[in-house]
Write a protein that binds this ligand. Structure first.
Ligand SMILES: [Fe+2]
Ligand SMILES: [Fe+2]
Length: 288
């Protein structure tokens, strides 16, 4: 009964999300188009161009040091050819998320700039972990990492007062944010984020990466993708890449570590590479 009430509350919150300046109509259209076999570069670039701020951001990212292209890439079609569709789709998602977080800045006590950095850091670490562990879809893991804490945005926007209590409780007690949320709200941001991703019709694997990123209980199937985001999140907090409001580094789940089958020396490589990519990415996305 209690569980039913909680899931009802999450659904009520999620259903009011239509009011948010939210997710990426462009991203949705792009995903649909990429599943169509005869989609052309022109069609894809036209969709991205529908939002000039996002189009400009994609070009800015492509031309950043992180990609290391010698010649400047001046138009989207060229960028799509060079980077490929999955990479472009993820860039659109990152640019859209950035736009959303930036718009949220003034409406919440939660530090959005730090939150953005934490999301970016976790996305990068998760992707590099996925690459190092030879997962077949590191770009999808990047998406999971980027969106893993999106539930916090929903809480900050829709449950403002309670969320401020949660943030204060974390500071006071040193609890993990999800523990304070469960105590004060009855559910945590992983559950809200998972429900939101489902509403956005994101792939089930993305929903799972978001909903299970804490591994506070074991999902039916622990995938390597979930493990990568789980570890990426802990590393991101340990390395202080931004902040999602946590005061303690979450303990890495033993099973998640085992399933990725990495050596400690791999971890050193993952951290060094990610720190470099992180510094390059945030230097091109500054909040005023
Ligand atoms: Fe989280
Ligand atoms: Fe996080």
């Amino acid at each position: 009964m209690v569980l039913l009430m909680k899931s009802k509350k999450i659904d009520t919150i999620i259903n009011s999300i239509g009011n948010l300046p939210i997710l990426p109509t462009i991203y949705m259209k792009l995903s649909r188009l990429l599943n169509t076999p005869d989609s052309s570069i022109k069609m894809i670039s036209n969709i991205i161009s529908e939002d000039q701020a996002i189009a400009a951001m994609v070009l800015k990212i492509v031309n950043s040091a992180a990609y290391g292209f010698y010649n400047k890439i001046g138009d989207l079609r060229h960028a799509i050819v060079i980077l490929g569709l999955t990479e472009i789709k993820n860039m659109v998602l990152a640019a859209s998320m950035y736009k959303i977080v930036k718009e949220f800045k003034s409406s919440s006590a939660f530090n959005m700039q730090e939150f953005w950095k934490h999301s970016t850091g976790c996305a990068i670490l998760s992707r590099v972990l996925a690459e190092t562990a030879y997962l077949k879809n590191p770009e999808d893991v990047f998406t999971g990492g980027l969106l893993h804490d999106i539930g916090k945005l929903i809480h900050a926007a829709y449950l403002c007062e309670e969320f401020n209590d949660v943030v204060a409780n974390v500071v006071e007690t040193g609890s993990q944010m999800s523990e304070s949320e469960k105590k004060i709200l009855g559910f945590d941001h992983a559950q809200t984020g998972g429900a939101l991703a489902k509403k956005w019709n994101l792939p089930q694997e993305t929903v799972n990466m978001i909903a299970h990123h804490h591994l506070s209980y074991m999902p039916d199937t622990l995938t390597k993708e979930i493990a990568a985001v789980h570890i990426g999140n802990s590393l991101c907090i340990a390395l202080r890449m931004g902040s999602g409001g946590e005061k303690r580094v979450p303990i890495v789940n033993q099973k998640a570590w085992e399933i990725l089958d990495l050596k400690l020396s791999d971890l050193e490589y993952v951290m060094q590479k990610s720190i470099k990519l992180f510094e390059e990415s945030i230097s091109i996305m500054e909040f005023e």
